[in-house]
Design a binder for this molecule. Structure first.
Ligand SMILES: Cc1cc2nc3c(=O)[nH]c(=O)nc-3n(C[C@H](O)[C@H](O)[C@H](O)COP(=O)(O)O)c2cc1C
Ligand code: SF4
Length: 420
């Protein structure tokens, strides 16, 4: 089996969320090693490991940490636990099953970046995870893993939790910062990037839950060990949420470079009712879908980009041949119409318009010109919106027309024949 359990080795252990159980598995063991190193050495280790951000963009984590504005304090660490990308549920697994791993990773990041205050921003629906985290934080404080002079190291660090109000856009890092400051959850103009002017206009590191959870492994085992897994540019393991028409949906931690075929047919048990694969969305709803003949694509950043999509947040959505793709696309378009924050015109108007046209086609009221109009709207949203949500909304629509125009034509034909 192509699983590689670096983060999830003990995930099924009973009560792992409790400090005593976490410590039995070696939890917080990285801190002794951490405090023997200089902060800059830790950043170099993370750089050498090749760890890339697991929130979507795949930006190198160590490099991001090294971009913090020099000599400006206080600085902040924000952990992005918004996990709102449809199809993604891997951060929730880590948050609920092993909250102390995230705390341990945040301590390492904060030490490396000379940060004394951290926040975990939970999506609004993650009340349970947030409650568990509050308990875990209490336990960690009582053991002096958090607070003043952690384990006699002279380093002070505290973490606070914050529950959002359930908006997809608040997963975008600058909207997250606005929301955390109590403002409307809308993206900010970049530059300045958060590393220069982030939370409360101070230098801020924002990392995804999974990214931060990898750091204790790098400290414990060394960057070379982590970098020995995966491909040349996509190192280590990746937690992938597999959903849709598979027999065994769930989160699977794989070595980067494992093929999509292995993920679907070996780990997730194959397609429901042994139907045929029609398409898959590799990295969450905002990444373009790919047709079944690209099922041997390795699951890593470069290979999925070369195939015309993205690894994104690591959510593989599987679609079988019983589905008309227009229906799946309509659902996704409905999501983006609802979640567009409304700040800029191409996305605010375009997402609604795309949904209206798709809804019409799906209901048997479409024409060929409307499909062409959809392509035109996609062109007018892409790279013309204020933040990447606009591009994300285009991904499923444009790719569905590119690969599955015959599904649109089948619906148009029914319309023309009056059988809709
Ligand atoms: C619309 C939108 C939604 C996003 N949602 C999330 C999210 O839920 N979780 C996340 O970690 N990153 C999300 N991101 C990416 C963040 O902006 C940011 O790149 C990420 O948190 C950085 O962490 P990383 O470097 O560890 O990946 C989203 C980006 C966009 C444009
Ligand atoms: S692209 Fe969409 S989500 Fe982003 S700022 Fe514009 S309206 Fe808001």
């Amino acid at each position: 089996m192509p699983e590689l359990k670096l983060l999830t080795k003990d995930i099924d252990k009973k009560d792992l969320h409790k400090l005593s159980v976490y410590e039995e598995t070696g939890g917080y063991g990285s801190l002794k090693k951490l405090f023997k190193k200089k902060p800059d050495e830790v950043i170099e280790m993370v750089k050498a490991s090749g760890l890339r951000g697991r929130g979507g963009a795949g930006f190198p984590a160590g490099l991001k940490w090294s971009f913090l504005a020099k000599d400006v304090f206080p600085r902040y660490l924000c952990c992005n636990a918004d996990e709102s990308e449809p199809g993604t549920c891997k951060d929730r697994l880590l948050l609920e099953k092993t909250p102390h791993l995230l705390i341990e990773g945040m301590i390492a990041c904060a030490y490396a970046c000379k940060i004394e205050t951290g926040y975990i921003y939970f999506r609004g629906e993650f009340q349970h995870a947030s409650d568990l985290m509050d308990e875990a934080l209490k336990e960690a404080r009582a053991k002096n893993y958090l607070g003043k002079n952690i384990m006699g190291s002279g380093f002070d660090f505290e973490i606070h939790t914050h529950l959002g109000a359930g908006a997809y856009i608040c997963g975008e890092e600058s909207a997250l910062l606005n929301s955390l400051e109590g403002r409307r959850g809308e993206p900010r103009l970049k530059p300045p990037f958060p590393a220069v002017e982030g939370l409360y206009s101070k230098p801020t590191v924002i990392n995804n839950v999974e990214t931060l959870c990898v750091v204790p492994y790098i400290i414990n085992e060394g960057p070379e060990k982590y970098a020995s897994y995966g491909t040349e540019k996509s190192k280590g393991s990746k937690l992938v949420s597999v959903s849709g028409h598979v027999k065994k949906p769930g989160n699977y931690e794989i070595e980067m470079g494992t093929t999509v075929r292995e993920l679907i047919y070996e780990l997730a048990g194959g397609i429901r009712n042994d139907n045929k694969l029609k398409a898959y969305i590799p990295g969450g709803s905002s990444t373009p879908m790919l047709p079944a003949d690209l099922v041997d694509t390795p699951y890593d950043y470069e290979s999925l980009a070369a195939a015309g999509s993205m690894l994104g947040s690591g959510a593989l959505i599987v679609i079988d041949d019983q589905v008309n793709i227009v229906e799946s696309t309509l659902r996704l378009a409905s999501f983006y119409k609802h979640e567009s924050c409304g700040k800029c015109t191409p996305c605010r108007e375009g997402t609604r318009w795309m949904w209206q046209l798709l809804d019409g086609i799906h209901n048997g009221e479409g024409t060929n010109q409307q499909v062409d109009k959809l392509v035109d709207i996609c062109d007018n949203i892409s790279f013309k919106s204020f933040c990447p949500l606009g591009d994300a909304a285009v991904g499923p629509v444009a790719s569905s027309i590119k690969y599955f125009r015959e599904d649109y034509e089948a619906l148009l034909k029914r319309n023309a024949e009056g059988t809709a």
